[in-house]
Design a protein around this ligand. Sequence first.
Ligand SMILES: Nc1ncnc2c1ncn2[C@@H]1O[C@H](COP(=O)(O)OP(=O)(O)OP(=O)(O)O)[C@@H](O)[C@H]1O
Ligand SMILES: [Mg+2]
Length: 339
Amino acid sequence: MVLGDAVVAEKLVKRFVTKKRTGLLRSYSEVVEALRGVSLNVGAGEVVGLLGPNGAGKTTTIKILSTLLLPDSGYASIYGYDVVREASEVRKLIGIMLTVEKGFYGRLTGRENLVYFGSLYGMERRELERRVDHLLDLVGLKELGGADRLYEEYSLGMKARLALARALLKDPPVLLLDEPTLGLDPPSARKIRSLVREMASKEGKSVLYTSHNMFEVELVCDRVILINKGVIVAEGTPERLKSMLPDVRAIEVYSKQPPGSLAEEVAKLGLEVREQNQVQEGLYVLKILARRPDEVVGDIMKIAVSRGIDIVRMKVEEPTLEDVFIYFTERGVRDREVH
Ligand SMILES: Nc1ncnc2c1ncn2[C@@H]1O[C@H](COP(=O)(O)OP(=O)(O)OP(=O)(O)O)[C@@H](O)[C@H]1O
Ligand SMILES: [Mg+2]
């Protein structure tokens, strides 16, 4: 395993000039600031998730790191090699998977496509054929009967598996994966997730991974970076990010009797009552919002006992990564509106 930061980005800036049409013959140019000083790093053997709403700058970041796009300013490197000045060295170290996969040949089988790309990379034929066979097995294409079928007949899941196999052809230490599980069914997505995890923990590969699936990110990533409108707004392990949220939690109190009187007393304690409902015959739920739930559950119990309300179950809702995502992306928008 190579030591040091596998991926480094420092203050990356990228602007695009786009043409906006205002009429049949009229248009004007507009500058889109896709990245406004993005700095990040991925350590050896680490899986880092890059999350953010549509248009946040995730693909732009991945493309710059992959040498497919030049930054306007800033610096990025893969194991110390500059992505601009030493692009050919960088390409030897990375495997890329993009959302819009180009370059596969419809009239070739998956196996033939991989052999073709391997020979472009200058891999020796015998070694290449062995590697391709291994990879077709690893990504589950053999199992799906896709190894020797024409690419144009592939389903989305098969295409994604082939794209991952191509990214792994040269056995690169760094993987840059842009939404690798987009549109895949649960078995295909699971396959890709477990491969990514395995390659990081067993082979020490470093992975920068984008996804809109929060559940997946929590499963796969050691660390998460949140990007919004070209700026990094938060970073850390999923646990750390959750602990940064304002400490307001929903407490659900399930009781055998209607909780009306409990709700009144709880409101007097200064807690916000969200809703009360009948779940089924003889089972009610009262939803309360509290800043520090651990400190108030005892009081809620006492009040319930004094009102003759039997509590069946109490549940404190834990924050999810989705809450983190929404909190930081909305806060970012509010901050910008204020300034
Ligand atoms: N080639 C381009 N020309 C003009 N604008 C572009 C180009 N590529 C990206 N952009 C703009 O740059 C911004 C960032 O786009 P990017 O594709 O990096 O977002 P993203 O985070 O990958 O979004 P998504 O989740 O939708 O994939 C967007 O405003 C996008 O419209
Ligand atoms: Mg994208």
